[in-house]
Design a protein around this ligand. Structure first.
Ligand code: SAM
Length: 344
């Protein structure tokens, strides 16, 4: 197996520490801020990497310095037998953290096998606790099933169980406090996410972004929020706050107003095996063809090293510079891969 003699860093001196793997582009929800409707060509089944192929690439990334893997999608739990991928990944030497981001709708039925396979923690996306609004925001989701999944994860002993909530102005900004109170009451770690201009198909506009500043101000007006605690474990994107009464923490991921490109150590693998070096990339680098034509580990590593070594992405910082300069940033002028193909 390939041995590393030096740490892999990109053109801006950022190592590769995290790998996000999208296991499918299919999703059983149609969230308004994420899901492309007409513009997207779904991946053919044979294009999607097998669990063996994913595990081989993941192992190489761990050899190159990645210590954390997150499975995402699309909706990862619509991929059949996901637990068996967890089982394979959790036995990779050197992998310190393996987690899952899910809409939670299928979690209650799968969390037992997932935990037994080695899953330690989970993030569940919930943007509102109002069942009608939940259905509208997700296109078809049933809040009751999602909450059942969330509580099943807690009962199964996964820790932490986090909730991700995207906040869109005029849609669910009035859900900030109900979500925060719910998370405090039940011991879930809540993170609000600023609405991002990912993909091309949502109707993103900067006016729809509820900023971290606004979210924190709203929280502070109703709850005993303490000063900034940390940038969630070093280079994590979430800025975390503590409640003064000791009832947990809350975080905000401020990709729009406080971009964190400088500390971004995240590589992404699409379900069809493309290596993507930024959430806002227009394209990925095909690793599947290499894999399927019988490349050795050394050959694959060479390609990963070359792609990562040339990485100079700092899209969110550039977007912010453009927004600040008033030069008229228009999200749709920047073609990007869709979120469902490369995972959030
Ligand atoms: N289906 C899974 C889920 O719902 O968590 C995993 C994939 S989803 C693309 C991952 C995360 O991206 C979710 O938390 C979702 O809310 C977030 N997301 C999607 N579109 C977004 C956007 N435009 N801005 C901010 N976050 C977004």
């Amino acid at each position: 197996m390939v041995k590393l003699t030096r740490m892999l860093i990109d053109a801006l001196h950022r190592p590769v520490k995290d790998l996000r793997i999208s296991v499918t582009d299919r999703c059983n929800f149609r969230c308004i801020y994420c899901m492309p409707l007409d513009e997207y060509r779904w991946m053919d089944r044979e294009e999607v990497l097998t669990f063996t192929e994913i595990t081989r690439l993941a192992t190489l990334f761990v050899r190159l310095g990645a210590t954390k893997i997150r499975l995402t999608g699309g909706e990862p739990l619509v991929r059949r037998n996901l637990y068996s991928l967890i089982e394979k990944l959790s036995s990779i030497d050197g992998l310190e953290d393996l987690c899952l981001t899910t809409n939670g709708s299928l979690l209650a039925g799968q969390v037992g096998p997932l935990a037994r396979a080695g899953l330690k923690r989970v993030n569940v996306s919930i943007d509102t606790l109002d069942p009608d609004k939940f259905r509208r925001m997700t296109g078809r989701g049933n809040l009751e099933n999602v909450l059942a999944g969330l509580f099943a994860a807690k009962a199964q002993g996964l820790r932490p169980v986090k909730i991700n909530a995207v906040v869109e102005r005029g849609i669910n900004d009035d859900d900030i406090i109900p979500l925060a109170e719910f998370a405090r009451e039940h011991g879930f770690h809540l993170r609000f996410i600023e609405y991002m201009d990912v993909g091309n198909a949502n109707q993103w506009a900067s006016a729809k972004v509820v900023t971290k500043g606004e979210i924190v101000q709203t929280l502070r007006a109703h709850l005993p929020l303490e000063e900034f605690v940390s940038r969630g474990g070093g280079n994590a994107p979430s800025v975390d706050y503590r409640y003064a009464d000791g009832k947990g923490e809350v975080g905000v991921i401020a990709s729009m107003t406080e971009p964190f490109c400088t500390g971004c150590t995240r590589a992404r693998l699409t379900a069809d095996g493309r290596l993507v070096t930024c959430l806002f990339s227009p394209r990925g680098h095909d690793l599947k063809t290499l894999l399927r034509r019988g490349a050795t580990d050394e050959e694959i590593v060479d390609v990963i090293v070359k792609v990562w070594g040339g990485r100079a992405d700092r899209y969110s910082e550039q977007r912010q510079e453009s927004l600040n300069s008033g030069s008229g940033y228009r999200a749709r002028e920047h073609r990007k891969l869709e979120m469902i193909s490369l995972g959030g």
